[in-house]
Design a binder for this molecule. Structure first.
Ligand SMILES: NC(=O)C1=CN([C@@H]2O[C@H](COP(=O)(O)OP(=O)(O)OC[C@H]3O[C@@H](n4cnc5c(N)ncnc54)[C@H](OP(=O)(O)O)[C@@H]3O)[C@@H](O)[C@H]2O)C=CC1
Ligand SMILES: CC(=O)N[C@@H](CCC(=O)OP(=O)(O)O)C(=O)O
Length: 349
């Protein structure tokens, strides 16, 4: 059995990891830490796990994680990088749900996250955990920087266009118009997450610049094999639902690509990816069609057969956008089938 520890078990992504890993046939959960709730049985905080997870939260300072095979960090930015060296020295592999190991350029990291990077050498060896793009590198990785929730949907929505051998769209004028449920902001108390603020309301934020923009640009550029510069307008919105991301992506076709069948292009690109579902032509995916599951569904439109492609992407921000994608990486790192323990059917309604 693979011994797994989770740092930050009381947040939304932490409890998603617990939910998914508690039924994973090859995993033994060995430690779940939380500072404020150390000593509390998991089931006392999360009654949904009563009779399923019988561990208690422990203090991160007093928990020895070096006996684990893999440790997940479901913590704020900056925590994983302060523990990475010691864990790696003990042979423990790391999957960070935060941004410590996403941006390769430390100056960019410091600019967007407001802290110096604690281990630039480990950052350089870390693999970006976007499975459908980096599957082979993930198998051998010791450290995974999992993509953010919005970046997962935007990169997978655009990858078939940018990963094509020939330039198909104008890469300098991409648009990502994205909407997230409130759980994307985490479980800690904040005014913006109050029911009275976030329900029956809808607004954009971060238009001037959001920390996911450099991450998406870095990822899209890598998908082109670092052969092309990326220009992206990214506008996130907070929408009054609990889970889910809906991203509407716009790309302008190059004249030489106008004869391409984009529906077939997308279907072929994701033919062997078990969690990416390219919907039939003309579809409008709904966030609830992926709720609580690791699936990401995509629909490709070309309105009026014109020169604008509109790609619709839905995912559950806490699953394919975080914990589920992390378990997909864990499976690959441990030589398992990537779907092991991840076949949860979306919850409807
Ligand atoms: N919510 C989402 O949709 C997504 C979130 N992420 C990322 O995943 C990470 C976790 O997110 P989320 O679950 O929403 O966050 P939450 O705020 O809901 O939970 C954070 C957890 O980390 C613990 N924690 C906080 N500070 C520290 C610290 N210094 N040392 C150890 N533990 C700490 C908290 O407990 P305590 O304070 O008691 O220790 C809590 O258990 C974040 O980096 C987030 O950006 C990534 C993709 C999607
Ligand atoms: C709705 C909401 O507030 N969303 C978060 C993104 C959450 C996420 O997945 O991103 P990280 O892992 O990079 O934190 C935000 O915009 O900051």
């Amino acid at each position: 059995m693979i011994k797994v520890g989770i740092v930050g078990g009381t947040g939304y992504t932490g409890v998603e990891l617990l939910r998914i890993l508690s039924t994973h046939p090859e995993v033994k959960l060995t430690a779940i830490t939380a500072r404020s709730d150390a000593g509390l049985p998991v089931a006392d905080m999360f009654p949904s796990l009563r009779g399923i997870v019988d561990l208690a939260f422990t203090s991160p300072e007093e928990t020895d994680l070096t006996g684990c095979d893999v440790v997940f960090f479901a913590t704020p930015h900056g925590v994983a990088m302060s523990h990475a060296r010691k864990l790696l020295a003990a042979g423990v592999r790391i999957i960070d749900l935060a941004a410590d190991f996403r941006l390769k350029d430390t100056a960019e990291f410091e600019k967007w996250y407001g802290m110096p990077h604690a281990c630039p050498d480990i950052l350089q060896e870390a693999v970006y955990g976007l499975v459908e793009v980096n599957r082979e590198a993930i198998r051998k990785a010791r450290v995974i920087g999992l993509p953010g929730c919005y970046p997962t949907s935007v990169q997978l929505g655009l990858a078939p266009l940018l990963g094509h051998g020939k330039p198909l769209v104008n890469e300098s004028m991409l648009i990502a118009d994205c909407k997230s449920g409130v759980s994307g902001a985490g479980r800690r108390a904040s005014v913006g997450s109050l029911f009275a603020e976030s329900s029956d309301n809808f607004h954009a934020y971060g238009v001037k610049g959001h920390r996911h923009l450099p991450e998406i640009v870095q990822g899209l550029k890598a998908i082109t094999g670092n052969t092309r510069e990326i220009g992206l307008t990214f506008v996130p919105h907070l929408t009054p639902m609990i889970r889910g991301i809906h991203s509407t992506l716009y790309a302008t076709l190059r004249p030489e690509a106008s004869g391409i069948d984009f529906q077939s292009l997308y279907e072929d690109y994701y033919r062997n990816d078990p969690f990416v579902d390219v919907l039939p032509a003309g579809s409008h995916p709904e966030t609830r069609s992926v709720r609580a599951s690791n699936y990401l569904r995509i629909a490709v439109h070309r309105p009026g057969n014109g020169n604008t492609l509109v790609i619709l992407v839905v995912e559950d921000n806490l699953v394919k956008g975080a914990a589920g994608q992390g378990v997909q990486c864990l499976n690959l790192m441990c030589g398992l089938d990537e779907t092991t323990g991840l076949k949860q059917v979306p919850v409807l309604p």
